[in-house]
Design a protein around this ligand. Structure first.
Ligand SMILES: Nc1nc2c(c(=O)[nH]1)N[C@H]1C(S)=C(S)[C@@H](COP(=O)(O)O)O[C@H]1N2
Ligand SMILES: [Mo]
Length: 285
């Protein structure tokens, strides 16, 4: 671990200024993670006032708890459920946002820019499609499950460097939902919103209509967990993983691209793996 590098989440403002990065990862020129420390203000007042914000205690708890989770892998069982509750308690203590290696997650790192792991019961979940469409609609999870499902296996690539090979996602093609909603001619982009109340993402209409853009209901053939953004997350296969908005709750057709959360901090709006953010990773699909 390289402790000499400034740790991105240990800052005096109540928001992660850039994505937390792996221990030891350097902070230099090809830094794709944003324009530096000039972060915009954070709307969630809840996290801001907490005394233990950014304290080392939070970090120790994260590591300790994740270690506990890793032990759980060996015995199998409801590891993901345990992990979700573990991460929930951890993130309550570290409102700058939590990242950690997910035990049993094959190398996935957990990210949430909100100070929690949002949970939505299946029966309460809704995905609304609106904006410049002829037929705005609100889908229940059961409605989404009843639509044609597509399964894809690709690598996942985060812009901070980590990559998880051969990850399966399945769900409904975004294009299927857009067709059903009837996109109006002036609708040229999509804005995604999330029930964490903070995160947003965007795609152009052309990108959104690609066959490898999914509204994902499963990840590695199990329902998307809370930690991974369940019950429904976006899976933008050919793009860096920040495009894959977790806890997806809204799809709004807009006239122009409205840059998403990380894009306000300098990430590329067109987040093609290997062709953006100054990176040269192998394509994921
Ligand atoms: N709602 C929401 N979606 C999000 C994020 C987030 O913080 N909040 N982080 C993004 C980033 S930067 C990454 S790398 C992936 C991480 O997904 P994972 O936690 O399933 O590994 O989610 C993306 N989608
Ligand atoms: Mo990321």
């Amino acid at each position: 671990m390289d402790d000499s590098a400034p740790h991105p989440v240990r800052t005096p403002v109540p928001l992660p200024l850039r994505e937390p990065r792996e221990p030891g990862e350097s902070h230099t020129s090809h830094d794709a993670s944003g324009p530096g420390d000039a972060g915009p203000p954070h709307e969630s007042g809840e996290a801001a006032g907490k005394e233990d914000r950014g304290s080392p205690v939070g970090r120790r708890v994260v590591l300790g708890m994740l270690g506990l989770g890793a032990a759980g892998v060996a015995v199998g069982g409801d590891i993901q459920d345990k992990l979700d509750s573990v991460l929930a308690s951890v993130s309550a203590k570290d409102p700058t946002g939590v990242t950690g290696l997910l035990p049993g997650g094959g190398g996935f790192r957990f990210y949430s820019v909100s100070n929690s792991i949002p949970h939505r019961a299946e029966s309460d979940y809704r995905l609304t499609i609106g904006g410049l469409v002829d037929k705005p609609v609100s889908y229940r999870l059961s409605d989404l499950r009843a639509l044609p499902q597509v399964r894809m296996v690709r690598d996942v690539q985060c812009v901070t460097g980590w990559r998880v090979p051969h990850t399966a996602f399945s769900g409904v093609r975004l294009s299927t939902l857009l067709d059903a909603a009837g996109v109006q001619s002036k609708g040229a982009a999509i804005r995604f919103t999330c029930f964490d109340g903070v995160y947003t993402e965007s795609l152009t209409m052309e990108q959104a209509r690609r066959p490898d853009m999914l509204v994902a209901l499963t990840m590695n053939d199990k329902p998307v967990t809370d930690a991974h953004g369940g019950p429904v997350r976006l899976y933008a296969a050919p793009m860096y993983f920040y495009k894959s908005a977790k806890w997806l709750s809204g799809i709004t057709v807009t006239k122009d691209v409205q840059p998403g959360y990380w894009e306000h901090y300098g990430y590329d709006v067109d987040g093609w793996v290997g062709k953006s953010n100054g990176r040269h990773d192998d394509p994921t699909s």
